[in-house]
Design a protein around this ligand. Structure first.
Ligand SMILES: [Ca+2]
Length: 142
């Protein structure tokens, strides 16, 4: 496994959705292009509890999530300060994989490993503090 590569990623090209869309849809975080500028990144509104979610298609063991942060066209990398990673067998029951509290400003790759062995079909990234949620690419690994 090479974190940051898409070759073993379970999430690349899968269906994604997000709590709200500010011009740039959820699928831009799994379209296979990791460039760190807005055209290649999902973007929600700036409301409480914004989230992004991918459907892996079936249940997998989920071990590690790598996010490519948006830092190349703005000073907005800090928007990823304070996120929770959750894994679900279904979208109505989530278990926490881990958290990233920051600082994300200027950090291109954010890799988080789950606190324990987890299995799920859905992986959700949820904001803790209110802010836009923008993800240039999300790689999920077993
Ligand atoms: Ca992308």
């Amino acid at each position: 496994m090479l974190p940051g590569s898409s070759s073993e990623s379970l999430s690349t090209f899968k269906q994604a959705e997000q709590s709200s869309t500010h011009d740039w849809p959820a699928g831009l975080a799994v379209e296979g292009d990791p460039r760190s500028s807005y055209q290649y990144c999902s973007l929600t509104n700036d409301q409480p509890g914004e989230w992004w979610m991918v459907d892996l298609g079936r249940v997998f063991q989920v071990t590690t999530v790598t996010i490519i942060n948006r830092i190349h066209d703005c000073n907005c990398g800090g928007r990823l300060d304070g996120i929770v990673y959750e894994v679900g067998i279904a979208t109505v029951s989530w278990e926490e994989c881990g958290r990233f509290l920051g600082p994300a400003d200027g950090v291109l790759n954010i890799t988080t490993t789950c606190n324990r062995t987890m299995h799920g079909r859905y992986v959700r990234i949820r904001k803790i503090k209110q802010d836009y949620l923008t993800l240039c690419e999300v790689y999920v690994y077993s």
